[in-house]
Each structure stands twice: as C-alpha cells, then as structure tokens.
Write a protein that binds this ligand. Structure first.
Ligand code: SAM
Length: 347
C-alpha cells in the first residue's frame, strides 16, 4: 500500500481513522517500519534533542495479591520465591543510583498489602529528604484514590499503571474475573486528577491480541494523553497459565513505539527491558524508533532473579554501574547520549 500520505496525515494532525490505523498496524513491510521510525525519530529529536533519560528501577517486593495470567509474580505461582526489601535496602539502592547520576527512582512492586500507605509515606519522605532533587515514580498497581493522594502528598511525582489492554473482552482473557478494566481506568483517571505525571500502556503480542485491540489501545492513549507510555512485548513465563504462548515480536513493538511517538509527540517513552530481552539490540532499536527513556535495574543483584515477570530477563547479574556503563556505549552508538537529570515531561 502507499502509506506515505497516511504518514503525512498522521504527523500533521495525529488524526487517522480506525481503518487507516489498522492498515498501518497490519502492514508488516520493513519499508513502512523504517519510514515510521525515521519520522518518529525526527519528532523525538525536535522535542528532546539527542538526550536519553535514565530511570533507576527498584523492584522492592514481588508479593502480589493479583493473579494476572501472564505474570510470573502472580499470587498462584507457588514457585516464585517471595521477597521484600527493607526501607534501609531501598534507600541504599537510591544512594548507589544517585552516585551513578540517576535523578529518577522508580519503585515497582506487586500489589503487596504489607506496604500500607503509612509505610510507603515514611519511605517516600525519607527518599525525598535525602534526594530532594530527584523524582519518584511509583508502579504499585491499583490502590484507592485516597491512597494515591496520600502518596502524592508524601512526595511521589509520577505513577506507571499500564492499562494492559483497552478491550473489555481481551482484558478478561488476560486477567481473572476479580480484576476489571473499568477499575484500572478509574485508577488512571484518579492518578491524573491528583496531579501525577501518569503512564499507561500495554504489552505487544499478548495472548489473544488483535489489530482491533491495538487500535483501541492507541485510542485510549490519545484520549488520556498520558505523560508516559510503557510499551513492551509479552514474553511467556514458564510457571504461568500463558507459559506456552508465543512472545510478542520486536518488529511489532518497534512499530508501536513509532506510532505512539507520532500520536503523542511529547510522551516519555521507554525502550523497555522486555524489548531488550527478545532482541539483543532491542533497546537501541527502540531509541531509533522514537523511544527516549531507558530503565536500569538498581535492585540488589541477589533479588533480581526473584522478580521474574517473564523468562530470560536480561541484566540479572551485572550491578547498576556495569549496566549503565554498557548502556552508555550502546546509546552512544545510536548517536544519542544519556543525560543525568530528572527527565520530566516537557511543559
Ligand atoms: N503491580 C504493578 C502493576 O500491576 O502495574 C506493577 C508491577 S507489574 C509486574 C509491571 C508490568 O509488568 C505489568 O504492567 C505488565 O505489563 C508487565 N508484565 C508482567 N508480566 C509480563 C510478561 N509475561 N511479559 C511482559 N510484560 C509483563
């Protein structure tokens, strides 16, 4: 198909019909992928120049009350070795990250009832007191609006909550009946209303995903206009109900990264660890397809293996300094450069 007029329209107006978006999603030609990447890169360079923002990820608990069919830390996975970091351990991760130049800490975990608002407030205040120049991103799943408000008040700046899929039926295919898309979206709206820089997103190639589902995902992103979008391939984990399902592809993920950059020009868009897991050059390719953020694991090496959301996750053994050193070289090879600041959403 001649996609150039469509890409011109997408770039100028961000307004394509569902049929046009579907056509772009279903065209798997390398020509389209490279034209999309070229344009996405031009948009990201207009807004962010050559800067790549880094985030220090602290996976501080793998206890989870949820049972998402795709996730290795789901509550019914009795083989998962559970752990929680202490506040002292979390602060030590921040200290090591700060020394390396990280100015955003991402606290991610399963939905762990041990981490009450009170405990989290204490932790957030302690981090902010030691590192007032740093941003804190939370990724703790679904909580009440009151809880989100308390955590914001205590110092959290941003919140990542992937919507996972914007289609009701597909949501039910990926999650047990006790979870609902309606509640997930309510949480996202609460986070935005409170004032968080908010991120949503989906896995690419999750079991049962169709082009129609992806169109709905892109529409939701356009409607919510999140400051961040977390997009990575689905990768099976051997102790989950989806153990035998195929992974999403790097090509599919890269195309979505480019489309999202063109639809939401300012968005903070990570090239994820999952993308680096299915393709050794995945993160560099992600940056060249429109992404502008990289996450580095600051968690103690001893617990990394236990945060096994999916199989063959990379960066399990190197410490943060080694990962950053390698990332620096990989990023330089793309012509971009890692910068050491908070990396906030523009404006
Ligand atoms: N509990 C929080 C939540 O629900 O947002 C944060 C932790 S959760 C494990 C973080 C993200 O990991 C999920 O939003 C999901 O998209 C991703 N994830 C989980 N299992 C995955 C898999 N098998 N492949 C790729 N990504 C996965």
């Amino acid at each position: 198909m001649n996609f150039l007029p469509l890409l011109d329209k997408l770039e100028k107006t961000q307004a394509l019909t569902d049929a046009e978006l579907g056509g772009l999603l279903e065209d798997t030609s390398p020509r389209l992928a490279s034209e999309l990447a070229l344009r996405a890169r031009a948009v990201r360079e207009r807004i962010y120049g050559r800067a790549v923002y880094i985030r220090g990820l602290i996976e501080f608990t793998n206890y989870c009350r949820n049972n998402c069919y795709y996730c290795g830390i789901r509550r019914d996975n009795l083989k998962a070795l559970r752990y929680r970091l202490t506040p002292e351990e979390i602060l030590a991760c921040c200290a090591a990250g700060y020394r390396l130049g990280f100015r955003t800490f991402v606290l991610q975990g399963g939905e762990d009832a041990y981490f009450t608002d009170k405990r989290l407030e204490g932790l957030l205040r302690a981090i902010k007191k030691s590192y007032p120049d740093c941003a804190i991103t939370l990724s703790l799943g679904e909580r009440s609006r009151d809880s989100y408000a308390r955590l914001f008040e205590a110092g959290a700046d941003r919140y990542l909550l992937r919507h996972e899929t914007a289609d009701e039926g597909h949501y039910r295919h990926l999650h047990p009946g006790e979870m609902s898309l309606r509640h997930r979206l309510q949480c996202l709206r609460d986070l935005q209303a409170i004032g968080y820089q908010t991120g949503c997103g989906m896995m690419v190639g999750s079991p049962g995903q169709t082009t129609e589902h992806l169109i709905k995902d892109l529409r939701l992103l356009q409607e919510l206009q999140p400051e961040m979008a977390g997009i990575g391939p689905f990768i099976p984990q051997h102790d989950t109900p989806f153990a035998m399902q195929p992974s999403g592809t790097a090509a599919g993920t890269l195309k979505l990264l480019s489309l999202i950059r063109l639809l939401l020009p300012n968005v903070l868009l990570p090239a994820t660890t999952a993308l680096g897991t299915i393709d050794p050059q995945g993160r560099e390719k992600g940056l060249l397809a429109g992404a502008n953020v990289l996450m580095t694991n600051l968690s103690p090496v001893a617990v990394r293996k236990k945060y096994a959301l999916y199989d063959n996750k990379i960066c399990m053994k190197e410490d943060a300094a080694q990962i950053l050193d390698r990332l620096n070289k990989q990023v330089e090879a793309t012509g971009y450069r890692i910068v050491r600041n908070r990396g906030d959403y523009p404006g």
